[in-house]
Design a protein around this ligand. Structure first.
Ligand SMILES: [Mg+2]
Length: 219
């Protein structure tokens, strides 16, 4: 059993790469945006990638990275509109819905905790209809700090109290799990297959699930 469910009263769930297939975001940033950027600047997609990928890398993990307004301005592209254009790729990862249904039947608090921009979040909730499974949705933009920073967790705890000892966080980002560990959240689980189109990842410092069936044991 991966988790002693008796000890858990609050479950914090990341969205992209945890509940939803990261293929959408990876495809969007690595293929679709360079393609649109290339069209706009009359350059090859290859050149657009050479130009854009270092820009993306340079602010990875910062709040701007997740901010659609920032990228719309920086790239002069309507990022929200472009996301909506390929929204058919937004899908829930296998066994997530079963897991959420089972959680809902238990008395545990279930909170979606995401670095995603509100526009992105709204589009994804509209496409997946997962909203009703959550007792709350926390968008790190509302606090002005990403989950990777300690300030985020301090603001979150002030906004909505939870007991760190009895809380489980599932997140595909090791940087976020590290931050949550420093803050003192006791139960941390990673995801080894956040993108259905990529091979499984090896996660070193945290137990990782391939899909949510592994977490449903004992729930
Ligand atoms: Mg994620």
């Amino acid at each position: 059993m991966m988790i002693d469910w008796e000890k858990i009263d609050t479950v914090l769930l990341d969205m992209d790469g945890t509940l939803l297939d990261l293929n959408f975001d990876n495809h969007f940033w690595n293929e679709f945006v360079p393609q649109k950027y290339a069209e706009q600047h009359c350059m090859s997609v290859e050149n657009a990638k050479i130009h854009l990928i270092p820009q993306f890398k340079s602010i990875e993990g910062k709040l701007e990275w997740y901010c659609l307004d920032y990228w719309s301005e920086a790239l002069n592209l309507n990022i929200s509109e472009l996301k909506a254009e390929i929204s058919g790729l937004i899908v829930v990862l296998p066994h997530v819905t079963d897991f959420l249904e089972k959680l809902q039947q238990s008395s545990r608090k279930v909170i979606l905790v995401t670095n995603a921009h509100r526009d992105s979040l709204d589009l994804k909730m509209e496409k997946t209809c997962l909203q009703s499974f959550f007792d709350g949705i926390i968008c790190s933009h509302d606090f002005g700090f990403p989950k990777e920073s300690q300030q985020f967790w301090h603001h979150f705890l002030q906004h909505r109290y939870f007991n760190k000892e009895n809380t489980l966080l599932v997140d595909d980002s090791v940087a976020v799990l590290n931050s949550a560990r420093v803050f003192g959240i006791k139960h941390l689980i990673s995801v080894s297959k956040p993108d259905s189109q990529q091979p499984m990842r090896t996660i070193l410092n945290y137990p990782a699930i391939e899909d949510f069936r592994e977490l449903m044991v004992g729930l």
